[in-house]
Design a protein around this ligand. Structure first.
Ligand SMILES: Cc1cc2nc3c(=O)[nH]c(=O)nc-3n(C[C@H](O)[C@H](O)[C@H](O)COP(=O)(O)OP(=O)(O)OC[C@H]3O[C@@H](n4cnc5c(N)ncnc54)[C@H](O)[C@@H]3O)c2cc1C
Length: 149
């Protein structure tokens, strides 16, 4: 019988990222319902929010998210999201993920509820597909890649 230190359930961006990071330290199984291309992450289009501009702030991103959430957001989770987002995006860029650029800088967009432009995108409206494909490539390129079923 196969034995694992961690079992990650779900092959969207959260599962792929978790499995990739964990597999550097432990023996990991990634369990998916169908294929790695079947997830909300794969179909996401608009982009991903992270404070990149120096004129913007994680605190403003937090406040916008809490306001747009109309009481449905868990503040501690929003805090982690908005604080960690720039570091995690930079980590993906350092790994080789290409987000769209404009004039030599990351192209940033505005979505409902945001006072500044924190939205990165890739391939125009193909952000989810390109990010998921990139993460799948990273998972398989890792010599200790997770057992995927
Ligand atoms: C059309 C569309 C557009 C979107 N656009 C955006 C956008 O522009 N920006 C944005 O931030 N968000 C967007 N979203 C939301 C975003 O896609 C999700 O919030 C995000 O992808 C969630 O990532 P995740 O990894 O947690 O879950 P998912 O990507 O949903 O992955 C969950 C995975 O778990 C698997 N799974 C579920 N149950 C089981 C089980 N019992 N056993 C095994 N596997 C299981 C699923 O098959 C799937 O692979 C969009 C969503 C959709 C559908």
């Amino acid at each position: 019988m196969k034995q694992f230190d961690y079992i990650v359930v779900g092959g969207g961006l959260a599962g792929l990222y978790s499995a990739l990071r964990l597999s550097h330290y432990a023996h990991v199984a990634l369990l998916v319902k169908s294929t790695l291309q079947q997830s909300n992450s794969y179909y996401a289009q608009g982009g991903i929010a992270a404070v990149i501009e120096e004129t913007d702030s994680s605190q403003a991103h937090y406040e916008d998210t809490i306001e747009a959430g109309r009481g449905l957001c868990l503040p501690s989770a929003v805090h982690i999201l908005t604080e960690e987002a720039p570091k995690r995006i930079q980590e993906l860029i350092d790994l080789g993920m290409n987000f769209d650029q404009e004039g030599g800088r990351l192209a940033l967009g505005l979505e409902g509820g945001h006072h500044q432009k924190p939205i990165l995108h890739a391939g125009g409206d193909a952000t989810g597909r390109l990010m998921t494909t990139f993460m799948i490539e990273q998972v398989y390129a890792n010599p200790k890649y997770p057992y995927i079923r």
